[in-house]
Design a protein. Structure first.
Length: 92
């Protein structure tokens, strides 16, 4: 959307052909500059998490149920990912 200078919620096939250094469908790697800017509230939330005493480092969400699964370790996170992949038909 940055290359198109709009905030449409969907991208068309024509949009993928736009000649812009920010069009990563046509250009490899990252764009020439920043492509997102988090709000100050987002930065504060990362630096001062509400549930920091719980020690969560990872999360994965089920897009069908909108339930979020948090985990403290990478191994636990991988279990949650595999469980959701299986539940949603994305098993490897």
């Amino acid at each position: 959307h940055y290359a198109l200078n709009n905030s449409k919620s969907t991208v068309s096939y024509d949009d993928l052909e736009v000649d812009s250094p920010y069009n990563l469908y046509k250009n490899k790697g990252l764009g020439p500059g920043p492509f997102n800017n988090p709000s100050i509230d987002s930065v504060k939330a990362v630096l001062n998490p509400v549930d920091k005493d719980k020690g969560y480092l990872y999360f994965v969400a089920n897009i069908k149920t909108k339930k979020v699964y948090f985990s403290k370790t990478y191994a636990e996170h991988q279990k949650n990912v595999k469980k959701l992949q299986k539940a949603n038909g994305y098993e490897n």
